[in-house]
Design a protein around this ligand. Sequence first.
Ligand SMILES: Cc1cc2nc3c(=O)[nH]c(=O)nc-3n(C[C@H](O)[C@H](O)[C@H](O)COP(=O)(O)OP(=O)(O)OC[C@H]3O[C@@H](n4cnc5c(N)ncnc54)[C@H](O)[C@@H]3O)c2cc1C
Length: 409
Amino acid sequence: MPVFDAIVVGAGPAGAAAARGLAAGGAHVCLLERARFPRSKPCGGGITTRALSRFPWLEAALPRIPTHWVSRLYLEAGDGNHVVLTSERPAVVLVRRIEFDELLARLAVEAGAELCEGAWVSQVDAGDDRVTVRTRDGRQFTGRYLVAADGVNGVVTRRLGLHQGWDGEAVALDMMEEAPDALLRATDPATLWVAYGHGGADGYGYVFPKQGHVNVGIGCLLSCFREQVRMPPYEFQSGFVGHLVAQGVLQGVSSREHFTPCHIPVGGPIERTAAGRVLVAGDAGGFVNAYTAEGIYYAMVTGDLAAGAILAAFRAGAPDGGRAARHYVRAWKREIGTELRDARLIQKYLFRDSRRIANVVGGAGHHRDLAATIIAYAMGTISYRDARRRVLLQFPRTALRLAKIAVFG
Ligand SMILES: Cc1cc2nc3c(=O)[nH]c(=O)nc-3n(C[C@H](O)[C@H](O)[C@H](O)COP(=O)(O)OP(=O)(O)OC[C@H]3O[C@@H](n4cnc5c(N)ncnc54)[C@H](O)[C@@H]3O)c2cc1C
C-alpha cells in the first residue's frame, strides 16, 4: 500500500478544498468519503459571494451546476417588524449540496487527488511520522499528514482525543426540508427570507429558493430546543411551513420525505484544531459562524489553509510534524479567527434578549450605511476587519456591551 503525502477524511467542502489544494500543490493525496456521489447533505446551500473572490477556481466551475443568485434579503424580528436589504449585485449564490459537493470532489480529482468513495473511516492511529486510518470494511490507508474533515459528528477528532463532542449550547438543531418546486415553492424566489423567534423558540427560520427547489428550515440551539419546543422536530418544522403558507411566503405543502434534521456546530472552533500530523477543518473543527450558521465558506477556507500548511511543511523539508500544525493554527486565526470569535459574541448578545434582534432589524432599516457595510462584507468587497471597524465606530455602546460579554461571559 502506498504512503500518501496526505489523507483527507470526508469529501464535503472542507475535505474537497483540502484535497484540491494539496493535489494542485503537487502532493499525493487520497480523499476518503464514506458515501458515494451524488450524495445528499442537509444544508441551506447559501454561499456568500465572497467565497468566489476567495476561490476563483470555484467561480470558474460553478456554471457546471444549477445555481440561483439573489440580491435581496428579507429579515424579520420576533415582533413582526422587518427590513428588506438589497445589493446592486447578487450577494448570495444558492446551490443544492447534492450537486455542489459532487462538483467540489470532481475538482479535487481533476487537480490530481485520488477519491475513494464508500470508505467509512472508523479507526485512526497518529504516530510521530505517519498517520494510519482504517475503514469499516477493513481497508487501511497511511499518510504523512491527515486532514480531518468528517463533519459535525466526525470520528477522527474523537478517536484522537482532540474533541469529546458538543454540548447543547455549542450545537444548533436545524430542521430542514429541501422540496422540489412541484411540492413547495417560494412565492418570491428572488429573495432570501429569514426570521427570528418563530414558535416561541429563540432561533431562526429561513426560506432559501433554489433552481427547481426550495429549502425551508427552522433552527435553534439544541439546549433551547430541549427546553422550549414541546414537539418532535418534523411537527415543529411542518408547523412553520404551514404558518408561512398561510402568510403567503410559501405555496404548497410540507412533505416528510424531504425533511432532515441535522446539527450545526455553533460554539466556535474547538480547543485543539491541530496536533502532530493531524489538522482539523470545517465542521469537525467547529468552523461555523455562530450567529449566521454559515459554514460552507469557513469549511473551504480551513480546508484550503490546512492544505497550504502541509505543503509549506513539505517545502521546508520539516521532519517535525508539528510545524504544519502550528502553521495551520496561525493561518486560520489570522484569516477568520476574529470573525468567528465576534460571531459567537453576537450570538450570545442577541439571543439573550429578543428585543435586541428587533433593534438590529430596526437599525438595519434606519442605518442604510450599516446595511451597505454588511452586504459589502458578504460579497467580499470589503474585509471583515474594515466592516468591523465601520460598525464599531457607528455603534460604540453595543461594542462596549459585546466587549463585556467577551470578558465576563
Ligand atoms: C440544515 C442545515 C442548513 C445549513 N445551511 C447552510 C447554508 O445555507 N450556508 C452555509 O454556508 N452553511 C450552512 N450549513 C452549514 C454547512 O452545511 C456546514 O458548515 C458544511 O457542510 C461543513 O462542511 P464540512 O466539509 O466541514 O462537513 P460536511 O459537509 O458535513 O462533510 C463531511 C463529509 O465527511 C463524510 N464523512 C463523515 N464521517 C466520515 C467517515 N467516518 N469516513 C469517511 N467520510 C466521512 C460525510 O459523508 C461528508 O461527505 C447548514 C447546515 C445545516 C445542518
